[in-house]
Each structure stands twice: as structure tokens, then as C-alpha cells.
Write a protein that binds this ligand. Structure first.
Ligand code: BTN
Length: 273
């Protein structure tokens, strides 16, 4: 079924299997940022598993202070509130499990193979990249924000933006290298079905985390950049080397030519040619 309109609270509630985790869904036709709404609800004591979904964001945020642009009613824009029993250094595990859940959901619903790009992107690989061009296109991004109570992690909000039914001609207005499911597979997919599948995968992986399993190995196995020569842009400058591995807390271990192993916790990575 082709989707032309916005979502609705009723449609989302009907599509979601009521579970112990997904107890509250807040649908907003338009809002500033679903992450901001979820953080506001967290401050008011909202329970873990609260999900905020919007059709449009007027102030969508990406990592490193960037804007996140999404044409209305074409993307999956959603934020999940967690109250995990984790040390703050392990909050990145929530990003890992949500990224994996989103990749699984896109693969299931759209039959499109999805990779992850350190630290927080979902990408598809280009079939025949032009020489020196990046061989991936960005389908989605994840923004995780935490709230602390003293030394303790009080909550984490994981926000995800997936370019679902964005027409190919609109993609250049979003970001360089942006793609959408529609552009990749040539047909639209129902956002509510993608949302329901994503949330059911998140729940399964979150239960595993609570039982003591780290998503680290699955996440590392899906990272497109490992073992490759890369250029990493960090707050301390640009580093060129080989993306050797990622550690349990999600940091990238980058081996530069002088033999130094750098541990990067934030930044952007591109393949260097
Ligand atoms: C990135 O790639 O830089 C992360 C992008 C995260 C965007 C999502 S859209 C839903 C949620 N609300 C926001 O304001 N940002 C995240």
C-alpha cells in the first residue's frame, strides 16, 4: 500500500504489539525534535519504553551539533526512552542495539542490505562506486543522549531518523551522500510497519542486554569500515590510518602510520583512497 499521509496515534497503537516494554507511544504530527520531547518526558518521570514518533521535525538534531533534515511524512523519526541499569560508560550499547534493530528491520521490510558506519550511521553500499567516491550512502542516523543522576545513568534517549520514502530528487537537499529506502529499492514502504518491526527488534535485543549479553560482537560484525584505510575527523583534528577494531564501549581503535593506536570515542569516518 502506498503511503501518502501522516501517521496517527491509532494506527501506531494498532501496529504495535502491546508488550511490557512499549507501554506508552506519543505521536506528534509535528514537533521540534522527538529527542527533546522524550528528554522532557524523562524529566517528568515517564517510564522506560516511552516512544515518541513524529511526521515532521522543525528542529531535528544530528550528532556533533548538526541539523537533521527530513521532508514531512516521508521518514521514520522516533526516539526511545530507556532507563537502563548500566554504568554511563556502557550507554553506547543502547546505540549499538538500536542501530542493529533498525538495520534488521530495514532488511526485513525492504529486502535491502544495510551496514553500519562508525559510530552511528546506517549505510548501504554503492554497487559500482566512482573512483575516489565514497562507496556508501547514508540511510539513517542515530543520536543518543543521556541524563545523569550524580554518577548514575538516569536515562538514555535513543533517537533515530530513517530516510524511508524520500524521493531520489529530494535527497541532495538533505545531506551529501544521503539515500532512502525508496531510492534504493524503487518502491515505498509503510512507515508504520517499519516502526513496529524496528521496535520489536529493539525489544528482543534489549531483553538480551538486560540478561547480560552485549550487542558489541553483532555490531562490530556489521561495521562497514573495519579493516579499511580511513580518515577520521575528530575534535582534535583529522587522523588517517586503518580502522582496526572497536572496543566494548563503542570506541574506534585507529592505527596511524607512525604505529600509534588511537582510541576515538566520537568523530566522523570516511574511507581514504
Ligand atoms: C546523525 O546521523 O547525526 C544522527 C541523526 C539522528 C536524527 C534523529 S531523527 C529523530 C531524533 N530526533 C532528533 O532531533 N534527532 C533524532
Amino acid at each position: 500500500m502506498q503511503e501518502t499521509n501522516g501517521l496517527s496515534q491509532k494506527q501506531i497503537e494498532e501496529a504495535l504489539r502491546p508488550t511490557t516494554l512499549w507501554r506508552r507511544v506519543v505521536y506528534l504530527p509535528t514537533t521540534g525534535s522527538t529527542n527533546n520531547v522524550a528528554k522532557g518526558l524523562a524529566a517528568q518521570g515517564a517510564p522506560e519504553g516511552t516512544v515518541v514518533v513524529a511526521d515532521e521535525q522543525t528542529a531535528g538534531r544530528g550528532r556533533m551539533g548538526r541539523r537533521w533534515l527530513a521532508p514531512p511524512a516521508t521518514c521514520l523519526l522516533c526516539s526511545i526512552l530507556f532507563r537502563p541499569d548500566l554504568p554511563p560508560t556502557q550507554a553506547q550499547r543502547l546505540t549499538m542495539l538500536c542501530s542493529l534493530a533498525a538495520a534488521d528491520a530495514v532488511e526485513e521490510i525492504a529486502e535491502l542490505q544495510v551496514w553500519l558506519k562508525w559510530p552511528n550511521d546506517l549505510v548501504v553500499k554503492a554497487q559500482s562506486p566512482k573512483p575516489k567516491a565514497q562507496n556508501w550512502r547514508k540511510l539513517a542516523g542515530v543520536l543518543t543522549e543521556t541524563g545523569m543522576m550524580g554518577e548514575r545513568l538516569e536515562f538514555a534517549v535513543v533517537g533515530i531518523g530513517v530516510n524511508v520514502n524520500v524521493p531520489p530528487e529530494t535527497l541532495p537537499t538533505l545531506a551529501p551522500n544521503a539515500t532512502s529506502i525508496l531510492a534504493e529499492v524503487g518502491r515505498p514502504v509503510e512507515r508504520v510497519t517499519l516502526l513496529a518491526t524496528f521496535l520489536s527488534r529493539v525489544e528482543r535485543r534489549y531483553e538480551a542486554l538486560r540478561a547480560g549479553d552485549s550487542p558489541h560482537q553483532d555490531w562490530a560484525a556489521r561495521l562497514a569500515t573495519l579493516g579499511q584505510p580511513v580518515q577520521a575527523t575528530t575534535s582534535e583534528g583529522v587522523l588517517t590510518g586503518v580502522a582496526e577494531s572497536v572496543d566494548e564501549d563503542g570506541a574506534l581503535l585507529l592505527h596511524t602510520q607512525d604505529g600509534t593506536l588511537h582510541r576515538l570515542v566520537a568523530g566522523d569516518v570516511t574511507l581514504s583512497s
